[in-house]
Every structure is written in C-alpha cells, then in structure tokens.
Write a protein that binds this ligand. Sequence first.
Ligand code: PRX
Length: 654
Amino acid sequence: MSEPEDTKLEARLAEQESFEPPESFVEEANVSDPDIYDEFEENWPECWERAAELLTWEEEYDEVLVDDDEPFYEWFTNGKLNASANCLDRHLDDRGDELAIQWEGELGETREYTYEELHREVNEFAAALSELGVEEDDIVTMYMPMIPELPIAMLACARIGAPHSVVFAGFSADALATRMKSADSEYLVTCDGYYRRGDGLDHMTKANEGLADVTHDTTTVVVDRLGDELEHELTENQHDYDDLVADQAGASLEPVVRDAEDMLFLMYTSGTTGQPKGVKHTTGGYLSYVSWTSHAVLDVKPADTYWCSADIGWITGHSYIVYGPLALGTTTVMYEGTPDYPDKDRMWEIVENYGVDQLYTAPTAIRAFMKWGSRYPEQHDLSSLRLLGTVGEPINPKAWKWYYKHIGGEECPIVDTWWQTETGGMMITTLPAIGEMKPGSAGPPLPGISANVVDEAGEEVAPGEAGYVTVDRPWPGMLRTLYRNDERFVSEYWEAYSDSDADEWVYFPEDGAKIDEDGYITILGRVDDVINVSGHRLGTMEIESAVVGVEGVAEAAAVGGDHEMKGEAVYVYVILEDGYEEGAEMEAAIVEGVEESIGPIARPEEVIFTPELPKTRSGKIMRRLLEDIANGDELGNTSTLRNPDVVKDIAKKL
Ligand code: PRX
C-alpha cells in the first residue's frame, strides 16, 4: 500500500468509534442470532441448559439452579459427569486422530498430542497418581510452566476426582508453600526447569525451597524438562514423571463419576488482605460455562486451531487453553516461551505455521507488539486468523485499532472480554457476530448475565458516569466459595451491595466502570487494593508484607502507578528504621525481598524512601495520594491529612 493511502487509513481508523462484525465472519459464526439476548432473558435460569447441553452427562441434573441458601448457589444439581471424560473420551470416536494439543517449546521443538494420545497419557498419569496414593478429593498442587505435562496432570486429576491447585511457575517458593499449606495439599507435580530466552532456568530449587516450608508430609512428581542440562537428586518422596508413566503403560482408568457441584479445582488469587484467596470452582457449572463461552464468544469449532497465549498458571489458561477448548474437541496451541524470542515475530510465526484461527491474548502483549512495530507481523501470512480476543486489563482504543488492523487485517472481530478468576469465564463482552464493537469498551454483559454499573448506594449510574460493576444474578461458572472460608466469601463479594433481609444478592467484583447509552460497559480498573501488572493480579498487602519483612524497613505502602507497557506498575513507599540508610543497597534488598516472597512479576518499579507516609487523622494511609504522586498527577485535597506537608516532600523526591 502506498504511503498517502496508508496515512488516510490510519486517520480514518483513529476517528472511527465503532466497528461492525465482518460479514464473512457472521455467516459462519456459532452464534449469530441477536435474539439470543431475549431468549436468555425470557427463559432464565433454564437458558443455561444451552451451556449444559454442550457436555456429556453421566446422569442428568434435576434442576438448573438451586438458590435456597444464597449466596451459596448450586447449578445443575445432582447431575453427574467427569471433566476429563468430557475433554477426552467423548471425542475419541470422531476426533481420536485429530490434534488436541499443539505444543511448541521456546527452542523451537514441537510436541503434538492427538486426542487418542492425550487420552492415553492422561490415563497413565492418572493411574500413576492413584498408585502414589492420591484419592478422590485430595488436592494436588501443580507448580509448572507451559509444558504439556501441566494440562496432562490437570486432566489426570480431574479423571480421578482430585481437585488441582495450580501455582503460577513465576511465583516464589514462599507462594508455593503458602498455597500448599492453605489447601493441606500433600501432592505436588513440578519440573526440573524450563527455558526462558534460550536459557535453561532452574525451577526445582525453588520447588524444593517451597516444600521445605511445608510442615506436613508431601509426595512430589518431577517432570524432566531440561534433560542433562540440569540434574537434581530426587529424594525418597520425589518421583520421576517418565518412570511413573512408563510403569503404567497402557493403563486405562474409568473416569470417576463426579457430582456437578464437586470441586474441579482451586485457584489462589490476590485480594485486599495479605492472604491469597482459594477460589473454588466446581465440575458441572464451570465446565458448562467455559464450554459455552468458548463456543459463543471465541467461536471455537472442532476443526479450528485455537491459540490463547496466556499461561495456564492463571485462570485464563485454565478456562481457555485447557477446559473450554478441549471440551469442544478443538486443537489448542500451547507455547512455552516469550513472544520476542528469538525475535519479535515469534507469535506471528506460530500463527502462520499452525494456521491459527483464533488468537486470544492480553493488552500488555498488544502494547508490546505495537511498540515493536508492524513490520514483524507483516513478515507473516496471518490470513488464517478469524477472530481476535483480549483479556486481563483495559485495552485503550489505540491498541485495539492496531490489533484490528495489523493482526486482524480488518477482517476479524475483536472480543474484549471482561471477567475474573472468580467468575470462571467471560462475563462482559460483545458476541463477535452480533452488534458493533467499540474500541476500549468491553461491551454489554453476555446473554443471561445481569451486570450493572452502580453508585455507592447501588443505584444505576447515568450513562457516562463512573461507578462500580455489580452482578445481580448468579451464573453457572461462578466461584462457589473461598476454600474453607465461607465467611470471607460472603464478606468479600456479597456484603457491599446485597440486602440479605430482602433476599437480594449482588456480587461485587471490585472493579470500577462506566456504561454508555447502548449498555456498553467500559472497565476502569480495580477499586480495591489490587494492582494489575501486565494483566497479573497482585495484592498491595502481599507486597507490603514482603517489603516490611526486609531488615531495616519500618513501614511500607505499595500502590499501582500507570505504566506504558505493563498497564500498572508497583511503586513502594518505604520508611526505614533508625540506623538504616537510604540508597541503592537498601533498594536492592527491598526488590529482592519482594521477588523472593512473591515473584519477579511483583518487582517494584520504584522504591521511594520517605520519613513519613500521608495518613488520615484516623491513621489510614492515603493510597490515592500515593498513586497520584506515582503518576505525577496533580494532588487533590490534602487538608484531611494529619500530616499535609509530607506529600509535597515525597513528590519532590520522584
Ligand atoms: O480488573 C479486572 C481485570 O482483571 C481483573 C481480574 O483479574 P484475574 O482474576 O487475575 O483474571 C484475569 C483474567 C480473567 C478484573 O477484576 N480485567 C480482566 N479482564 C478485563 C479487565 N479489565 C478490563 N478489561 C478487561 N477485558
């Protein structure tokens, strides 16, 4: 294309505020009838049978929804099923020879699993886990990067009815130990190491450090990812994955029949307090919901090659790399490494090589692609792409339009999907073949989802005004509780907006938002003490307790500040004890303390030493002011502070 035309196109795109779904897409889409919104509305909650119908049930459920004990809802009651049978066994007849997982390692090696092969390996590993003593309802922790053994282990657990708890491999030994202890998990599946930017990275030492902190007995399975590059002595309670699977060659295990409400997995996530929350997801509701949203929003069809570039260590990977796509019998792509290794076109090479139909990624990645420039995608044939998706944080219109033009070639709808670990699956997004897309706005709530934007009092705000997202009806994929903490489940998510006397239960996701005349919701970000770094959710309290754990630190406050690439970055304000000196050494100790206690993703962008923190008269730290300082914003009213001068002093330092 010639320059002037290109410039004209850019100008048109920059101004355009809404986009119609491409016709070629609409014609073939799984869901394209706009009546679906009314159908779900008129037929609620029975409409959710549409989701349940996508699964194979051992025994039919009695009722779609039981709400006798709100907010402890039950979905598809007395239905019986097994998640691994739904993701594997039922596809064998028709799709046994088709690819289930297309894996690519960072160094370029590939591993392919047909449904038949995946079924075999899951059976063998499930048999191995049983042999090691894992029983139904035992929680098995996984601490693994993006290698095929991770989804294999998850499905093996699902097969024997043992809930898994996956800990992101980038988290620290401390984080692993905390989660294993909190869940009383006696089993761990991990690996020796993995590749990052071409280097073999030791993972086992971190796993061992974590295990050393777990006070109960544990049994560990270790996957050998790095071969001879890294040798680790295994202890008596540690077993080599390959040996275990070889011992079970050809084993076949009947999938355990699980109740719809039996736990499928736990996923720990950050919240307002220092203790991560164990979000509990169940078998029937969760699996129906992620299958339905994969079908309706991602438009996944069995013959597709679908790629979600998230990490399975987060909910996005659970729902939309493993369970949703495999339940629908499609080919799901898994990539081990970073998007710029060996070069910045790695993602586009993968799309071209495998003929990827749908790409689901995060705004932080899109911002990086944009910065690297369009010459990288231009080197590749991306014409196989049919749909694009984003998740994890707000996407600004500029990045949206770049994605639309340079990756989608203006022929792919974009779904900007808002949801959370707790919601299990997508909640607010356009349906790709219905209605227009508005860059920067996620869209309306999905059919059957009743989300609103309200003020402090719970009244719906006028279009354009900022408020809070609430959801006033349950949905099948919702968390059922926080593991062993029903009380915190109620207080964290339901107390703010529910009226329990009137039996009105409203879920509060702790996000700010705006709504427009068409009911499109634009998410503004978290309103609790959670920082969203590159789409990764971190609790300020967790960071603060890591900083205060460093010798010489008296007090600390962590806040999120705007960051061009990461969306938000961590800023920590630190008061030192007498006798300790500000400076590079102390700063390094603090950064190291945070990395050790949480992981490199929580690494502070800046450490700001200060003799005081801005506090209200009642002694509460004014985080909002600290955020303003980090952002270089004008400081609002400081007159309610006990120590108004302190903010000016801090601001001067930055
Ligand atoms: O603030 C919202 C943001 O990510 C939070 C949930 O984080 P997590 O539980 O880690 O799950 C991330 C993947 C689902 C939300 O409370 N968020 C997620 N998706 C979007 C988003 N913010 C804006 N737009 C989105 N599409």
